[in-house]
Design a protein around this ligand. Structure first.
Ligand code: SF4
Ligand code: SF4
Length: 152
């Protein structure tokens, strides 16, 4: 049953502009996906082409941990978004940002082009994870590779 119907507070946070809320950090923390080189979330089932939304609630529920589905391994060997970005905003190597070592998009380069084109998103359009139905197949392949490596 919905949280609100049970008497809990429940406010939706949706749409392209989520105001004071940045949705990627909590989505990473709850295991919804991993950060791709293009700075967007990659989910093993949905791939890379989806929009995040959230519900702010005081309802109690079990927390879910971060998940690894080896997107990193894939992004290290892939340069598709990096090469396709007209603003050259996607850095080829991870950077340390406020103590986190992670993929990094230079928003000083991205934003002017993004605004000029009313929402560029070329990096998401070209990402292999964005093709419909590909996410699950890729995630399964990466899992098999990890299992082979772990078995020696
Ligand atoms: S939105 Fe466009 S300009 Fe910004 S990083 Fe992606 S491809 Fe580059
Ligand atoms: S295009 Fe390639 S490098 Fe960029 S996010 Fe997608 S998988 Fe990673």
């Amino acid at each position: 049953m919905a949280a609100r119907a049970q008497g809990w507070e429940a406010d939706p946070v949706t749409g392209p502009m989520t105001g004071a809320f940045t949705l990627i950090p909590p989505a990473l923390a709850c295991g919804f996906g991993e950060l791709g080189k293009h700075g967007s979330l990659i989910n093993p089932e949905l791939g890379s082409n989806f929009r995040l939304a959230a519900v702010l609630t005081d309802a109690s529920f079990a927390l879910t941990p971060p998940r690894a589905h080896w997107v990193d391994d894939f992004c290290i060997d892939c340069r598709i978004c990096e090469d396709a970005c007209p603003a050259e905003a996607i850095l080829p190597e991870k950077q340390t940002v406020r103590g986190d070592h992670k993929w990094y998009v230079d928003f000083d380069r991205c934003l002017p082009f993004f605004n000029e084109t009313h929402g560029c998103a070329i990096c998401i359009a070209v990402c292999p994870w964005s093709r419909p139905g590909v996410g699950e197949t890729l995630a399964a392949k990466l899992l098999r590779r990890q299992q082979r490596l772990a078995a020696g």
